[in-house]
Design a protein around this ligand. Structure first.
Ligand code: SF4
Length: 324
């Protein structure tokens, strides 16, 4: 008997799973575009900064953590993109002005004396769906010789103005700010985190989510020296807007429906793996972020697919290693 294939399923992957071919490209082939790679690296650097800032309250140390992480990675940022090391440096500085730690209403809990920040989880499906109740699910998994692990990282468990919540930080270049934040009210990721937290017995309510969003932009010239084009310290930074949602709450009915959807999706993944076929869904080719990044595969003849694949980086799908 060969080792079972492990599927690491996280919220980002679930969001992309409307088309199972896309799911296959992301999870099984590990394809990632060069664009997504540097955007994710910027996001990861930003996360590292926020976590360090909240944990240590030391602004300079926190900015250094982000700087050092992004220093080598920023070499891959295309010349026409604004996500430079200078940009990151100014954004982290502006964050500390927007949210001074002394008056910050978002506070991490303490778990064994440590702030509840960046809490990764990788738990087998059995922790969420009882094998004695979902016998059919586990028979299908055994037949497919696969295991499913639900994975992710909770950025912060704590309180917002005194109310218990989970918080997720986002670094994005989306410009429809209100629409972007409103989208999290009915969103797989926010529901997934609240559902996981309760299913693991860490809360007896569906915890609300606070989205802490950093909207990234190309800074206007006001923030740059007109001669050197380098960012000017101590001017108002126009390369980022900082917005937070209110606490996004979930009803029992919403969560029942989410759980039922998740179960159906997991069965679909098992079926696709079993028959080794991941079908296309053409209704998912256009998204609010633009065309699907794998469309070149779908509009080209199979004999050129290996050439198209050269345009992608290939990473083992390990969702806990990056955050956007
Ligand atoms: S282009 Fe459409 S069919 Fe092809 S992988 Fe993307 S969503 Fe699926």
């Amino acid at each position: 008997m060969t080792e079972p294939t492990i599927y690491y399923v996280d919220a980002s992957l679930l969001k992309e799973s409307a088309c199972m071919l896309k799911f296959d490209y992301i999870h099984n082939k590990g394809y990632i575009t060069a664009d997504s790679a540097f955007q994710m690296d910027y996001g990861t650097a930003g996360h590292k900064f926020i976590h360090s800032y909240m944990a240590t309250k030391d602004i300079q140390a926190a900015r250094k953590v982000a700087f050092l992480f992004f220093m080598s990675k920023c070499l891959k940022v295309p010349a026409n993109d604004f996500r430079t090391l200078d940009h990151l440096n100014s954004t982290t500085q502006a964050y500390t002005i927007q949210y001074p730690i002394e008056t910050e209403p978002l506070k991490p809990d303490l778990i064994k004396g440590e702030p509840a920040l960046e809490l990764p989880f990788q738990q087998p499906l059995e922790m969420f769906f009882d094998p004695t109740t979902y016998e059919e699910l586990y028979t299908a998994l055994a037949r497919a010789n696969m295991k499913i692990v639900l994975a992710g990282t909770v950025d912060l468990k704590g309180t917002y103005f005194g109310d218990s919540c989970i918080s997720d930080h986002k670094f994005t270049a989306m410009w429809r700010e209100e629409q972007y934040i409103d989208g999290f009210r009915l969103n797989i990721q926010t529901m997934f985190y609240s559902w996981v937290w309760r299913k693991l017995g860490l809360s007896n309510i569906w915890l609300p989510l606070l989205m802490n969003v950093i909207f990234l932009k190309n800074p206007t010239m006001r923030s740059k020296d007109p001669v050197t084009k380098r960012l000017v310290p101590n001017t108002k930074w126009t390369g980022a807007n900082f917005k937070r949602s209110d606490l996004i709450t979930f009803t029992d009915e919403m969560m029942e429906k989410f759980e039922s959807w998740l179960l159906t999706k997991l069965k679909e993944i098992i079926h696709c793996h079993t028959v080794n076929s991941f079908p296309q869904n053409f209704t998912a080719c256009e998204t609010v972020f633009g065309p699907c990044k794998f469309r070149q595969f779908c509009i080209s003849k199979p004999h050129v697919h290996s050439v198209i694949a050269n345009n992608f980086l290939s990473r083992k799908y390990e969702p806990w290693t990056w955050q956007a």
